[in-house]
Design a protein around this ligand. Structure first.
Ligand SMILES: [Zn+2]
Length: 254
């Protein structure tokens, strides 16, 4: 796989909120999807939290943008945290559009269904203000219950857009800083993805809504995303340098 997979730690008002919980161990992913990678699973997540001086028990909330396997695994690390997901997304995980069955894994669904205490699971319907400064926008597009997390920081509103546009080139398709193949005809529009539950029109509308509600967008799978927001705040990358998605690996893609 040539894409990085990110989770985000949001801190404020004494809370540690995880946005997405990442992917399972690579051997399992390789077995199921025939792709390779490094990292993943409990060790990667635990060591990333450790680097912030935290352990899994310190996470109070896990907000899931959607329930695909690369965003919503490892939930067993957070048995007492409150998982926040759109009700429509849980239904989509149980009964996906047929083309997405392979992306919704039983381990995620089983974990959510086993959360019997109200404090362990919050299903939301549509836009939702989770806490002051943390807003969930409902954006059906890539999946039926997709949500984007908008975090107010001291530099502005950062939108953790996940797979609504998982690389900068989807948000800035006409900008040569974002893509090696800028398309002038897409000025003022967006590129949308191939994995989708909703129409092109719905997807375009969803991305426009996120732009209207935020100051920067942070895709899920671009190599150039800032590691620390708001310390590394930028609306668009300076160039396509470092975007390995454009560069074939030694020996070609597998
Ligand atoms: Zn996805």
């Amino acid at each position: 796989m040539r894409d990085p997979i990110h989770c985000w730690l949001v801190q404020g008002d004494g809370r540690n909120i995880l946005v997405d919980s990442g992917m399972t161990d690579i051997p399992m992913v390789t077995k199921r999807l025939r792709v390779n990678g490094v990292g993943g699973g409990h060790p990667a997540l635990i060591s990333a939290l450790e680097a912030q001086g935290l352990e899994p028990g310190d996470i109070s909330h896990v907000v899931l943008t959607h329930l695909h396997f690369d965003h919503a695994d490892n939930l067993d690390l957070f048995p007492d945290a409150c998982v926040v997901v759109q009700r429509a997304e849980l239904m989509a995980a149980i009964d996906p559009v047929p083309s997405q069955r392979i992306y919704y894994w039983q381990s995620t669904i089983n974990n959510l269904i086993a959360r019997k205490r109200p404090s362990q699971l919050l299903l939301v319907d549509g836009d939702h203000d989770l806490f002051p400064g943390i807003r969930l926008l409902s954006v059906p597009s890539h999946t039926e219950g997709m949500q984007v997390v908008i975090v107010s920081t001291d530099k502005g509103r950062a939108a953790l857009v996940s797979d609504l546009g998982d690389h900068y080139r989807y948000w800035f398709p006409a900008d040569a800083r974002a893509t090696q193949h800028p398309q002038r005809s897409l000025t003022g529009a967006f590129l949308t993805g191939n994995i989708r539950s909703e129409s092109e029109r719905d997807w375009q509308r969803a991305m426009a809504r996120v732009i209207a509600h935020s100051d920067i967008v942070v895709p899920a799978h671009d190599f150039r995303i800032p590691v620390s927001i708001p310390d590394e705040w930028f609306a668009c990358p300076e160039s396509t340098d470092g975007d390995l998605a454009h560069v074939p690996p030694p020996g070609g893609f597998h």
